[in-house]
Design a protein around this ligand. Structure first.
Ligand code: DGL
Length: 266
């Protein structure tokens, strides 16, 4: 495998960009390939078997683009199929994501943690294992957030409708007295400005972007796969959906009006 090959990442849509932005900051010389599986978005309300199958197909697409590592930048896909992806593609390192329960356990002062995630993630065995393992002695309150992924996909983030829906989901957690909020879906970090406004300064909001970027760097180093190039790396964006519509949102979230998005037949 070539050190100068790109890193691949995917999500049901643009949410995984919250992870990839951190990878870009930490590893500026790496080339990156991102696939938004927009034709099948959202993942979080679909049957586990369907998302497992998509995760395998989309990883196969990234590997056909000769990536040296795959980041499954989606909590729902990790719950549904991370083990299967690792088992099937043994020659490529695979980095997954999970809700930041462990850091939340370390940070909470009053022992009350809220987790906002998709239904698929909250109902998955991976999540119960995570809570059992790391949330000893604290209360964990969970809340699914249907509709939030679609808001991020539309790119219309700071609107009264977003605030209304997010408040509807966060208020029950705030009523429980949480002082730490875990964002267990990679789309949600794009809603942090609105969530901050709702939660106020007393609640710490956690996402996993930086931790996943650091893990990606660690895995590359261990496998001796860090790029040797020093020039800024490039990004290539693909979608299984409509490239024109997806490009509008990717440009906004990535902060680069020049971005082009290609169609992936996957
Ligand atoms: N961003 C994804 C996650 O972390 C997928 C959300 C969805 O498509 O429902 O779960």
């Amino acid at each position: 495998m070539s050190k100068n090959a790109p890193i691949g990442a995917f999500d049901s849509g643009v949410g995984g960009l919250s992870i990839l932005l951190e990878v870009r900051r930490l590893l500026p010389a790496e080339n990156l390939i991102y696939l938004a599986d927009s034709a099948h978005c959202p993942y979080g309300i679909k049957p586990v078997e369907e998302i497992r199958q998509r995760s395998l197909e989309v990883t196969d697409f990234l590997i056909s683009q000769r990536v040296k590592l795959v980041v499954v930048a989606c909590n729902s896909a990790c719950v549904a199929g991370l083990d299967q992806v690792r088992a099937k593609f043994r020659n490529v390192p695979v980095v997954g994501v999970e809700p930041a329960i462990k850091p939340a356990h370390e940070l909470t002062r009053n022992g009350k943690i809220g987790v906002l995630a998709t239904n698929l993630t909250l109902n998955g065995e991976r999540f119960s294992i995570l809570v059992e393992k790391y949330a000893t002695g604290v209360e964990v309150y969970t809340q699914p957030g249907p509709g939030l992924v679609e808001i991020v996909e539309s790119g219309a983030i700071e609107t009264p409708e977003t605030e209304r829906l997010l408040r509807q989901y966060l208020q029950p957690l705030l009523d429980k007295g949480i002082d730490t909020l875990v964002l267990g879906c990679t789309h949600y970090p794009f809603l942090i400005p609105v969530a901050r406004k709702i939660c106020g300064p007393g609640v710490t909001i956690l996402d996993t972007g930086l931790a996943v970027a650091k893990q990606t760097a660690r895995v590359l180093k261990l496998a001796n796969l860090m790029t040797e190039r020093t020039a800024p790396g490039q990004e290539t964006f693909y979608t299984s959906g409509d490239p024109t519509a997806v490009a509008d949102v990717v440009r906004k979230l990535w902060g680069d009006p020049q971005i082009q998005v290609k169609k992936a037949n996957v």
